[in-house]
Design a protein around this ligand. Sequence first.
Ligand code: 5GP
Ligand code: ZN
Length: 112
Amino acid sequence: MSDCIFCRIVAGEIPSRQVHADEHAIAFLDMEPFKTGHTLVVPRAHVTDALADADVLASIAPAIAATGKLLVEKLGASGMNVLSNVGEDAGQSVFHLHVHLVPRYADDAGMG
Ligand code: 5GP
Ligand code: ZN
C-alpha cells in the first residue's frame, strides 16, 4: 500500500468527493477549501510536483480545463485561481503533483 495520500485517493483506498476523472487524472474537492468548490486535479501517476515531469504535467491539462469549466458552470464562479505549490518553502504539503482550482466570486476578498 502506498504511503502517498493522493496515490491512495487515486486508488480509491481513501474516499474523496470526485468531480471529474479521465485516463490521466482525477479531480476532487479539497478537504479544507479556501473558497466554495476548491478542487484539486492530480495525475494518476505519482510525481512529486509540477516541475518533476513535463509529460505528466501536460497529461493533466485536459482535466484542468474540463474541471475549471465544470466549476464555472455548476457554481457560477466568475474567476478562478489555478496554481500549484512546488516545495515546502512554497507551501507544498502533499508531495504528489496537484493543481488547485479555486473558484472565485465577485467581492470574495482574497485567498484566505
Ligand atoms: P498543498 O499545501 O500541498 O499545495 O495542498 C495540499 C492540499 O491537499 C491542501 O489544500 C489540503 O487541504 C488537501 N488535502 C490534504 N489531504 C487531503 C485528503 O486526504 N483529502 C482531500 N480531499 N484533500 C486533502
Ligand atoms: Zn502519489
